[in-house]
Design a protein around this ligand. Structure first.
Ligand code: GAP
Length: 460
């Protein structure tokens, strides 16, 4: 049984070693709480967002996609309330001048009461002052989380702009464009995947809370009616949870938690989080909020534009209510990394300590690895041909000829490759290869004519 804090350390180390996630600006000694996604990590992230897009945009008739700007007119953030209200309570220690989020300090203290050993490194720093003893915090101040930047060639307040802290507003401010340029009819949604930026006071826990991250959000526009809002809210909670289950997240690690009134965002009439049992504690993975007509009403007021929806059938005009399902792409990836990590105790035919990443095949960055048994005769050429055929069929395949086949299997298990294909001397004459399954470790002989189709059928 791996200790929970050890599990995070092991995942972080595997991510760097195998090219999933690197610390940012590594050659310059790093840049705190920022990360870069390596060749395997970017593929996992893309597999998640492609699955999301296919499910919520391509396969549905009621949702259209868009891609809005990261830097918008600053009035967007004035109308949305982010300029005034998008802040967290910040406390600063009078001795060491370290700054933390007040609610995160409270959470760490709570956890300490239960078990000091379960504190993460970040939580320990929130409790113990490096100048000795406990921190001496001054009263909390509101700290706005939006990153400021300057647009144009001067750096003064006239040119101040903000990096979007959520993708949502890009969809609200394009409501009129979308309704006028498409034939969408209520109820309908606009979906977007993209970067968001928040100057988090206490980022941490690897890719869980960073200052730059990606969101996958839908703004679902409905009739201006609180009962409709409650109905669609329930609908989206189920859809959202099912998405994670189909992605391969274990059900026992997911819970739904309704927000108390005092934690609701400034725009929300009701929010529930989908939480995941991360090794550092149960925390938010995704959420569904009832945003009512708050955002469209405020944008209509400040822009002076009519943002009503025209219902031609019932001959009425109204500002729609909105239900917003949202999730963090990086957090979804972290949940998958945690669920997939499986270290053998040596009783399952693998060596003790060997790691298998049990990704669902649709998430695995490499689907098939192809090996020639040895680097002789025509085995490398035949294996190379299979790789070519796989790639042509859109299957991510990897050729490996170095080391024993056992070692090659282990290298692929560690990155979660679901299938390995070995070409041996018999293959040259009988045109059959050995297909090995990552999870069952079973091996079967398959004709080279069928191998691509077989993998394709397993990936559906
Ligand atoms: N538009 C609504 C909205 O932005 P949110 O709960 O603040 O709601 C949505 O953010 C999702 O974005 C969260 O559920 C989480 O998965 C992700 N997220 C938020 N802040 C994050 C951060 N600093 N780092 C990584 N992911 C974050």
């Amino acid at each position: 049984m791996i200790e929970k804090n050890d599990l995070m350390e092991k995942i972080i180390s595997l991510c760097k070693r195998r090219g999933f996630v690197y610390p940012a600006s590594d050659i310059y000694g790093g840049f705190a709480n920022a990360y870069e996604y390596g060749p395997l990590g970017v593929q996992v992230k893309k597999n998640i967002s492609d699955f999301w897009w296919k499910r919520f945009v391509t396969e549905r008739d009621d949702i259209v996609g868009m891609d809005s700007s990261i830097i918008e007119n600053p009035k967007v953030w004035q109308a949305s309330g982010h300029l005034n209200s998008f802040s967290d309570p910040l406390v600063e220690c009078k001795k060491c001048h370290k700054r933390f989020r007040e609610d995160h300090v409270a959470e760490a203290e709570n956890r300490k009461q239960q078990s000091e050993n379960s504190l993460t490194g970040e939580q320990k720093a929130m409790i113990k002052c490096e100048k000795g003893g406990e921190h001496e915090f001054a009263d909390a101040k509101d700290f706005n989380l939006m990153f400021k930047t300057f647009v144009g060639v001067t750096e003064d307040s006239v040119d101040t702009a903000y990096m979007r802290p959520e993708t949502a507003q890009g969809m609200f401010i394009n409501f009129k464009n979308v309704t006028q340029s498409t034939r969408v009819k209520i109820p309908f949604g606009i979906a977007q995947v993209g970067k968001a930026f928040r100057n988090e006071i206490t980022p941490g826990n690897f890719i869980f809370r960073t200052r730059e991250f990606e969101q996958m959000e839908i703004e679902y526009f409905i009739k201006d009616d609180i009962e409709q809002s409650a109905k669609w809210f329930e609908y989206w909670l189920i859809e959202w949870k099912n998405f994670f289950l189909d992605l391969g997240v274990k059900e026992e690690n997911l819970t739904i938690r309704a927000h108390d009134k005092d934690e609701l965002s400034h725009y929300s009439a009701g929010t529930s989080d989908i939480e995941y049992r991360f090794p550092f504690g149960v925390s938010e993975l995704a959420g569904v909020a009832q945003r009512t007509n708050f955002d469209l009403t405020e944008h209509a007021k400040l822009s002076g534009q009519d943002l009503q929806y025209i219902d031609e059938i019932n001959n009425e005009k109204f500002i729609p209510y909105v239900v917003e399902p949202t999730m963090g792409l990086n957090r979804a990836m972290l949940a998958l990394l945690c669920d997939a990590y499986d270290e053998s105790d040596g009783s399952d035919g693998r060596g003790a300590g060997e790691v298998t990443m049990r990704f669902d095949p649709k998430i695995a960055p490499v689907k098939v690895a192809v090996f020639p048994l040895v680097k002789k005769e025509n085995l490398p050429e035949m294996a190379g041909e299979i790789v070519k055929k796989m790639k042509k069929a859109g299957i991510s395949a990897f050729y490996d000829e170095s080391g024993s086949v056992g070692r090659r299997y282990r290298r692929q298990d560690e990155i979660g490759t679901p299938w390995c294909v070995t070409v041996d001397f018999d293959s040259l004459t009988d045109k059959m290869v050995t297909l090995r399954d990552r999870d069952s470790m079973k091996q079967e002989r398959v004709s080279t004519d069928d191998i691509v189709g077989l993998i394709q059928s397993k990936l559906i």
